[in-house]
Design a protein around this ligand. Structure first.
Ligand SMILES: *Cc1c(COP(=O)(O)O)cnc(C)c1O
Length: 433
């Protein structure tokens, strides 16, 4: 069930009319549904409970869902998920500090990314995070050195590039040979041997992440099969892995897509893993980890914006709104589609085909193209499915303060990030005297 629906002709987030939120907090405004977040997380948690296998000899639970912080890193989002038992997949030291500030458990944090800095490694080691997802040999050596200096050992998994085609947008496809991510499948065994020989490294797992907005789970299952082969080969050399992390990537509905249901995907995935463990390892459990972002938060948020001007040109009609590419970059970056809904359904304006554009001085500054809308100036629009890679990709281009964020819980709305002021944007700058 969608948590953004019309009641008496007005679009609501749960039980709160979006028009009331715009009145109270102004626009542009990100609005999240706590219930939607919780339900999306539960789809993973429930499927893990249902299809995952028992407790491992290592005392691990059968599965861990590590929410991908970069998709939406607001503290209230992280706190909501932490309370539901989520772990976190981070890509920077800053994200680790957010997780901790939000009450997340650093022992459930995994650290991904191709360019981890020494300071970031130190921070993560000092909080004893669960695992570093290492993406190259030089990174392995740097981590070994930093851990040695601290008198610690770093738990690692290698991000292996399984060379499968995720069949998604090239900018969000990460599992092919030509991508910068992970170690090549052919080099993985050598990398593991090198890792196992390092004094301050504990080899604990294997991971991959092949791309984002995947509608079909076939590429993920193909990646799983390739990962499993490596786990077997490693076991023959007495490199025993305790977890297998299949990454994130499940897509959501933006337009008319039909993404695989999380429960169906996990059923198939655990089916293969359980059969493999039973056949080869007498069922000894291996912990299965996930790194979902978009599928948890994407449709849990909308971007609320107000129509400033209607421009009727010879070729096109434009609805100039107060949100822009700096607030929601996905259309400009990937030509991504977002649904646009009128907050108030009224029939007294003539329906026309509009491009919905922002005030930023770039032709790429559009949020939606060729949408039939019946608009007056001052109307409110909701840009749908904007919970993931919305606010986290926002910038201050054109010295535009970033939007405020609100989380709705039932009939209550909570301001979870204040709107920035222009003065804050240049507070760290100075003129030379
Ligand atoms: C971005 C990212 C994810 C999350 O991907 P979604 O498509 O949002 O689920 C997971 N793992 C890694 C390594 C990532 O970079």
């Amino acid at each position: 069930m969608s948590h953004f629906s019309y009641r008496n002709g007005v679009l609501h987030a749960e039980q709160v009319p979006l028009s009331a939120l715009a009145g109270q907090y102004a626009t542009p405004l990100y609005v999240y549904s706590k219930q939607a977040l919780a339900e999306n997380f539960s789809a993973y948690a429930e499927a893990c409970r249902q299809y995952g296998r028992g407790r491992g000899t290592e005392g691990f639970d059968a599965a861990l869902v590590c929410y991908s912080v970069k998709s939406n890193s607001n503290l209230a989002v992280l706190n909501t998920l932490a309370a539901l038992g989520s772990g976190f997949d981070i890509v920077s030291g800053g994200e680790l500090q957010r997780v901790i500030a939000a009450g997340g458990d650093p022992r459930k944090v995994i650290f991904s990314g191709v360019g981890k800095g020494r300071e970031e490694m130190r921070l993560a080691l000092s909080h004893d995070i669960l695992c570093f997802n290492v993406e190259s040999i030089p990174e392995l050596h740097r981590l070994n050195q930093v851990a040695g200096e601290m008198g610690r050992r770093a738990r690692i998994s290698l991000r292996v590039n399984p060379n499968v085609d995720a069949k998604t947008h090239p900018y969000i496809s990460t599992g092919l040979k030509e991508n910068k991510f992970g170690v090549a499948y052919e080099d993985a065994m050598d990398c593991y041997r090198a890792a196992a020989a390092l004094p301050h490294i504990d080899v604990v797992g294997i991971d991959c992440h092949i791309g984002s907005q995947l509608l079909d789970d076939a590429p993920l299952l193909e990646a799983l099969d390739k990962i499993i082969e490596l786990v077997d080969l490693l076991a023959q050399e007495n490199i025993v892995l305790h977890h297998l992390d299949i990454g994130g990537g499940i897509g959501i509905i933006y337009d008319d897509e039909m993404p695989v249901a999380v429960g169906d995907y996990l059923k198939r995935l655990f089916g293969r893993i359980n059969a493999w463990r039973d056949a080869k390892y007498e069922g000894r459990p291996i912990k299965v980890m996930f790194e979902p972002g978009r599928s948890i938060v994407g449709n849990a948020g909308v971007l609320l914006t107000e129509v400033q001007f209607l421009k009727h040109g010879a070729e096109k009609n434009f609805a100039v709104v107060d949100a822009a590419m700096n607030d929601l970059m996905r259309p400009a970056l990937y030509e991504a589609y977002h649904g646009v809904q009128q907050v108030q359904q009224h029939r007294d304006a003539a329906a026309k085909t509009y491009d919905v554009v922002g005030p930023v001085c770039e032709s790429g500054d559009w949020l939606a193209r060729s949408r039939v809308l019946a608009l007056h100036e001052g109307d409110l629009l909701a840009v749908m499915s904007a919970g993931a890679y919305g606010m986290t990709m926002a910038s201050n281009y054109n010295t535009r303060p970033r939007a405020a964020e609100v989380m709705v819980d039932g009939d209550k709305a909570h301001l979870v990030r204040e709107r920035e002021s222009a003065a804050q944007l240049f507070a760290l700058e100075s003129i030379i005297s």
